[in-house]
Design a protein around this ligand. Structure first.
Ligand SMILES: Cc1cc2nc3c(=O)[nH]c(=O)nc-3n(C[C@H](O)[C@H](O)[C@H](O)COP(=O)(O)OP(=O)(O)OC[C@H]3O[C@@H](n4cnc5c(N)ncnc54)[C@H](O)[C@@H]3O)c2cc1C
Length: 305
């Protein structure tokens, strides 16, 4: 059976990519790097696994290139993380492979081609493309059901072959405690909030709902009222919560590209013609400063607080 090479930095991504490998009809062979390479779960995912203790694109690319030449996969799959975009576009360039990005569905596959769907125009439109194999496919997070771990796997450690860029040290990133990719409920805040202190309304709501707080680019990047980890959108995080509550957010396409995998969107905006209402499942036309305190009070009453 033909092989599908999976290149990922986390266990969750690997399991989603195994689903893609099965849809394409190939035997998954996994290259796990970064935190995935350190995970104890690697031994039970039920695929041949190569682990590489590296986080820099150069050694990851060197390993991918070697494995590509060795196993000659019909498809190379990875999520669209920064490392994968870097490494797998180099691979596609080197071997002249077609490369699909932002893939949300595998429509059809044979020995010689694959048909997939991908979002474009900030994911407001869907394109169906057919490409010959071998090909590189970058898939979106949380759209493919993760495969169930299928028992014992053979795990082989690969040597780290540095490239021209050498890692001279590591500075720990300040942890913000925000993990929007895993959040089931997100309260998104935008420029409808007039000052940083007012965000406490959003945090209070989030605490009552067991939610995390995310933000539009101006809030995180321009005003710096929240850490960059909270930034949602085309140039920030792409999230897929069950519920996204957008408060004081206009609904710019660059922001909505980050939340279009949310199951339900609720928008609170005082302008009834705000574009967010076109995307929202439920809309509340209200001043957030009047609406949020009432909502918070009602939720507290329900919880007996
Ligand atoms: C290349 C590029 C990349 C970008 N990437 C991103 C990205 O990744 N993420 C992102 O978010 N943006 C991104 N942007 C910016 C994007 O275009 C928008 O400018 C931004 O999303 C708008 O943020 P906002 O909704 O908070 O602010 P605004 O557009 O100013 O909207 C504020 C909203 O709040 C409402 N409002 C005001 N007061 C109240 C109140 N009291 N109660 C209720 N509602 C109120 C207003 O009616 C308005 O609709 C990008 C732009 C470019 C050019």
């Amino acid at each position: 059976m033909a092989s599908v090479l999976i290149v990922e930095g986390s266990i969750g991504e690997i399991l989603e990519s195994i689903t893609v490998a099965k849809l394409v009809g190939g035997e998954p062979v996994v290259l796990a790097y970064g935190s995935a390479a350190k995970s104890g779960d690697l031994g039970s995912i039920g695929a041949r696994v190569y682990k590489l203790d590296a986080i820099h694109p150069d050694p990851i690319f060197n390993a991918v290139k070697k494995l590509y030449e060795e196993i000659k996969p019909i498809v190379v799959v990875g999520h669209g993380s920064k490392n994968n975009r870097d490494v797998l576009s180099r691979l596609a360039g080197l071997y002249d492979l077609p490369m699909g990005t932002d893939i949300t569905k595998v429509v059809e596959a044979s020995d010689s081609y694959v048909v997939y769907e991908r979002g474009f125009l900030s994911e407001r439109a869907v394109a169906q493309e057919k490409v010959p194999l071998p090909a590189v496919l970058l898939v979106n997070a949380k759209v493919f059901e993760p495969a169930s771990p299928a028992g014992a796997s053979e795990v082989v450690e690969l040597p780290v072959e540095e490239g021209q860029v050498k890692l001279v040290g590591r500075l720990e990133k300040q942890l913000s405690g925000i993990n929007l990719e895993e959040a089931e409920i997100i309260v998104g805040v935008g420029r409808g909030f007039k000052k940083k202190e007012d965000l406490k309304l959003a945090f209070e709501l989030a605490e009552l709902l067991g939610a995390q707080v995310g933000a539009t680019r101006p809030i995180a990047a321009d005003y710096k009222w929240l850490p960059e980890d909270a930034w949602i959108g085309i140039s920030g995080k792409r999230v897929a919560p069950k519920l996204y509550i957008a408060v004081g957010i206009s609904g710019a396409p660059q922001h909505m590209a980050g939340v279009n995998n949310a199951k339900i969107i609720v928008a609170v905006n005082k302008d009834k013609s705000a574009p967010i209402f076109k995307f929202a499942d439920y809309g509340v036309v209200a001043d957030l400063y009047q609406f949020l305190p009432v909502l918070i009070k009602k939720l507290k009453e329900r919880k007996g607080q």
